[in-house]
Design a protein around this ligand. Sequence first.
Ligand SMILES: [Zn+2]
Ligand SMILES: [Zn+2]
Length: 355
Amino acid sequence: MFIADKLQSWGIAVHRGLAGTGVVGTVHGRDSGNRAIGLRTDMDALRLTELNQFEHASKYPGRMHGCGHDGHTTMLLGAARHLVQTRNFAGTVHCIFQPAEEGLGSAQRMVSEGLFTQFPCDAVYGLHNWPGLQFGTVGVRTGPMMAAMDSVSIEVTGKGGHGALPHLVVDPVVICAQIITALQTLVSRSTDPLSAAVVSITCIQGGTAHNVIPASVRMLGTVRSFSPTVRDALESGVRRITVGVAQSLGASATVDYQPLAPSVVNAAREVEVATRAAASVVGAEHVANDIDPVMGSEDFAFMLAARPGAYVLLGQAGSANSCMVHNPQYDFDDRLLPIGASYWVSLVEQELPLE
Ligand SMILES: [Zn+2]
Ligand SMILES: [Zn+2]
């Protein structure tokens, strides 16, 4: 594998296999010290066909680095190489290359398979490029920074039949329309307006022809929140409304509700460390350490639930292709590479200083 081979070629001890294809490269400082930290990057691409025409566009239909994880990986590789060549720190750095961040929960798997028992870390840090922030700005905040994420799969079953004889069927298409509308009240009517929440139905699949009412319709959706109380209320609300509306209209519904990741919660001390490290790279005036939370989610939350740490956003607004991540025209701005790699190195040298 490319990453493990590179790390090994620079003399870094490599462990493979956590969460399947995870890689951990361990670098020791010039002094042994008594602290260790983890630097985590994601590595995976999206199931999305890239629409960009430039030469470095994806060559694989349906696979695109539409979230910039290839850039994050490069940053950590660059930092690891510099750290092993200079060793200008006291203690241990574990460079954590995590697979399958995009909704597949590999951070949780790495933790449950012993990431922090095999590689003890006093703190763990993460970063992500962010087109919503000006290029060269680093954004972070103490406390909840990214939302908890749950997914929902709904199957509504009625009775199919002739499209012109609706009185002889139980139409799941119309019932799904009612369910989608009713679900909107979870945020607009049931959640405290000062608490953030999102309920999005993102996929409806049902039917095959103009003149046939299908027997069942499937829907998929995503639910985001910050507070555990709101998160619980949204889950029970989605179940109650979906099943209740379907039943009231003569159909039945099943709800498969999956909690995917908790909220990303940054620790105060580690935010301070991250802020100082970022300021030494981009200048204090370009570090925003009280940015608004983001409704997007990130499974790094599982590592932050196990160890204190900080997750920062590196701005790339104003770049040539500065649309939001997960857009088929997104492009990671390579000018972020030295910023990210330098941030990692500064963080290590400031968190694990030589005497
Ligand atoms: Zn991402
Ligand atoms: Zn993503």
